[in-house]
Ligand binder design. Structure first.
Ligand SMILES: Cc1ncc(COP(=O)(O)O)c(C=O)c1O
Length: 350
């Protein structure tokens, strides 16, 4: 008999969005992936890294992903000592909790947002506390002084798509005695971001991912931007070779091809705006989104009915299990063609 830690035995694991084995036969709009391929320079860089015989794979990659810290630092306006690279932003979210929250200490986040914070906190035996939202998308009953070790703020929010204004995030930074981790997985599709606050507040950390806007979900690359003291702590606890050679090559090429990146983001934003207008035209309630997805509710507020109708047509969207969200669906923004087909299916389903 194996004896698990009681917290591990008691917890439910996180259930990620479904990845169908016959992925090519679906219009897949359930996990906010990018519908366009990554920059062609990424493919070239991976080929180059592999060489003709894959000999480079014999040796370990650069443990610190130094070139990436330099490139990301230059891109975002920070010294490389303010950047850490991660095996997906999930890794750095996990390590922030490991670094700051001991057993019994509190970690907070907004509900609804990214429930993986909860799973990661439970693993550490931390106490999770969630705060709801008001009708105008502010945090309900957030204390004047929040004394939890970390508060995670997903902005733009997933699954709802709205973004918190910067002055409000600044107010939260002042209220938190621990870290305010601003999870900006979707910030490249938004008009604002909190990078400036990292410079002004020593408790603000921003996390980013290349999974969405850079179309590299399959490579697992994320990063955090924070004061060097926080980065140094995260460096102590990460896997020492957390980004493999191919991920490092892909990441460098992706960050360097800003023209391709900007163009893909622009197309997704344009399609998001078009889709929002069209969905409203067929009676859906759609929250204005700053992400690469929308949260939309049909007139009868029955998300499951529309989910099932789309599923039988091989269109996969996200129905969230939470009763608070059962009236709608989170729909990732695909290509214009995919969204035209999805809209036609939704109109038919009614
Ligand atoms: C809000 C948010 N944060 C973090 C992540 C994880 O991103 P990554 O693929 O970089 O681990 C996701 C993925 O869907 C997300 O929605």
């Amino acid at each position: 008999m194996i004896t698990l830690r009681p917290t591990i035995a008691a917890m439910n694991g996180y259930v990620p969005g479904y990845q169908p084995p016959d992925i090519a036969s679906w219009i897949k709009l359930n996990t906010n992936e990018n519908p366009y391929p990554p920059s062609p320079r990424v493919i070239e860089a991976i080929r180059e890294e592999l060489g003709s015989d894959g000999a480079s794979l014999r040796t370990y990659p650069c443990a610190s992903s130094q070139k990436l810290r330099e490139t990301a630092g230059a891109l975002y306006g920070f010294d490389p000592s303010w950047i850490i690279m991660a095996n997906g932003s999930d890794e750095v979210l996990n390590n922030l909790i490991r670094a700051c929250a001991a057993e019994g200490q509190e970690v907070g986040y907004v509900h609804p947002s990214y429930s993986y914070y909860s799973t990661l906190s439970e693993i550490q035996g931390a106490v999770v506390r969630t705060y709801g939202l008001t009708g105008d998308f502010r945090i309900q009953d957030f204390p004047e002084r929040y004394s939890g070790r970390i508060f995670f703020l997903t902005t733009p929010n997933s699954p709802l798509g709205f973004a918190f204004p910067i002055d409000y995030i600044e107010h939260l930074a002042r209220s938190c005695s621990g870290l305010l981790v601003v999870d900006e997985a979707y910030a490249d599709f938004a008009g604002t971001n909190a990078l400036e606050l990292v410079k002004r507040y020593d408790n603000v950390v921003v996390t980013r991912t290349l999974s969405k806007s850079y179309a590299l979900a399959g490579m697992r690359i994320g990063l955090a931007i924070a004061r060097p003291e926080i980065i140094a702590a995260l460096d102590k606890i990460r896997d020492h070779y957390n980004l493999d050679r191919l991920a490092q090559a892909a990441c460098l090429a992706a960050l360097q091809d800003q023209e391709y990146f900007r163009d893909a983001c622009r197309r997704i934003i344009e399609t998001r705006e078009w889709f929002t207008t069209e969905l409203r035209g067929i009676g859906y309630e759609v929250i204005p989104s700053q992400g690469n997805f929308v949260f939309a509710a049909p007139p009868d507020r029955n998300g499951k009915r529309v989910y099932d109708g789309l599923y039988t047509r091989k269109i996969l969207v996200r129905l969230l299990s939470d009763s608070l969200l059962a009236h709608g669906l989170r729909i990732s923004i695909g290509t214009r063609e995919e969204m035209e087909l999805t809209l036609a299916a939704m109109a038919e389903i009614g």
